[in-house]
Design a protein around this ligand. Structure first.
Ligand SMILES: [Zn+2]
Length: 410
């Protein structure tokens, strides 16, 4: 039966034993008579040198039982490499788990948290981590990087928000995936991405999408000067919301201090959420609020007014609108909003590139990918180190190729 389950040329299953107390199926494997071990250095057959002690390899569980291969590894006397441990088709290097089992665990680790995966298959967090690591490493070695037409770069907070990672995504309609992860969000870290892909691939990139973070802008200008650089809509809206929130919080404090009615209490989401997403209660609150002559209200109206900007088709009309909006804001005497207007003005061309590239790029892709990245990190507490965070993100978002096993188990 097991020969149908998975067949390895050169090896035979000798006997299977069910060990009831531990719910384990132990399968003894031995080399086919007359077969030679394969050298793990050069992958060529060589004469047997000697046998090592019995080793256990964990295989994919069957009917709720653990499955273990028992095998005495041979050492090969290779003419080219010397005495080497043999390479076996079900295992990799010193791993205790078989390839098939690592693929199996890694597959589930994409759907469940690593902790849940370990618990479901009576394994451990460390073994799930090893499995994901193996699959990701294999995938990175075998993936094809180019051609790359459009990339998006974004930062993400990790380690309880104390540190940043730089993530680079490919954001084409046919292919959206995580290409690269770097520590920090500095010029040096982002430059490593361009070193990875090389000048030729970098020269073919047509669109780059980013936020207004200076080091990113600088690297894109230098390494990707031929591409249309787009400032991401999502980031501009987010910046505006931050400014509005600042205005609201400061004004609420001022009203409280001067002994006025606390009209701004519990209005945070009324002004920050999109109108269409408000609850009935929030809609009423907002309608009330708009009767007051408050900075918050004026700032809110400016923000709402700006929404129209994204509906333009032509860059020149959009540019006109942008200029007028900025003028109006500069007269508003609301400092946080004025700061936004100044930022928009100084990045005018990059923002208008949004319209120049609109036809080719689906906006919001970066945002979607980043949300998925945040979710991956939230789901799994254990990701304290950069390395583990890195492989977890590649695993979920990298669309990496996977090693082949003779049989698929899922
Ligand atoms: Zn060899």
């Amino acid at each position: 039966m097991l020969n149908h389950y998975q067949h390895f040329p050169g090896f035979v299953y000798e006997k299977a034993r069910h060990c009831a107390p531990t719910q384990t199926i132990e399968i003894t494997v031995r080399p086919r008579r007359g077969s030679k071990p394969v050298c793990s250095g050069c992958h060529k057959p060589a004469p047997t040198y000697d046998h090592l002690n019995l080793r256990r390899f964990e295989f994919v569980p069957l009917w709720g039982c653990m499955v273990v291969f028992l095998y005495c590894m041979r050492r090969a006397d290779c003419r080219a490499c010397g005495v080497r441990v043999e390479a076996v088709p079900w295992g990799v290097g010193k791993h205790q788990l078989t390839k098939a089992y690592m693929l199996f665990l890694a597959h589930w680790a994409r759907k469940l948290s690593w902790q849940e995966t370990a618990a479901s298959f009576r394994s451990t967090w460390d073994k799930v981590c090893q499995s994901v690591e193996y699959v990701v490493q294999w995938g990175i070695e075998h993936r094809q990087l180019g051609p790359i037409v459009a990339i998006g770069v974004d930062e993400i907070q990790y380690a309880r928000g104390h540190k940043y990672l730089t993530l680079v995504y490919q954001i084409e309609q046919q292919c959206t995936r995580l290409l690269w992860i770097g520590r920090e969000r500095t010029v040096e870290s982002f430059e490593q991405f361009f070193t990875l892909i090389g000048e030729e691939l970098a020269g073919q990139i047509e669109f780059v999408c980013s936020d207004m973070w200076q080091p990113y802008l600088k690297v894109i200008r230098e390494r990707c000067s031929q591409a249309i650089h787009i400032l991401d809509r999502f980031h501009i809206v987010a910046k505006m919301n931050t400014a509005l929130d600042e205005v609201r919080a400061a004004e609420a404090r001022r009203l409280a201090r001067d002994g006025y009615e606390p009209v701004l209490k519990k209005t945070r989401w009324c002004v920050l959420k999109r109108k269409a997403n408000l609850t009935k209660h929030q809609r009423f609150r907002l309608r009330d609020l708009l009767h007051y002559n408050l900075q918050t209200v004026r700032a809110y109206l400016l923000k709402e007014d700006f929404q129209q900007f994204w509906d333009y088709e032509s860059p020149s009309w959009a540019g006109k609108f942008l200029d007028e909006w900025c003028c109006q804001v500069m007269r508003s005497r609301i400092e946080p909003m004025k700061k936004i207007a100044r930022t928009l003005r100084s990045h005018r061309e990059l923002i208008l590139n949004y319209f120049r590239a609109k036809k080719q790029l689906s906006s919001g892709v970066v945002e979607g990918l980043n949300n998925k990245a945040k979710l991956t990190m939230r789901k799994s507490y254990g990701f304290r180190t950069f390395h583990v965070t890195e492989i977890a993100l590649y695993h979920v978002l990298g669309k990496l190729p996977e090693p082949d096993v003779a049989h698929r188990f899922f």
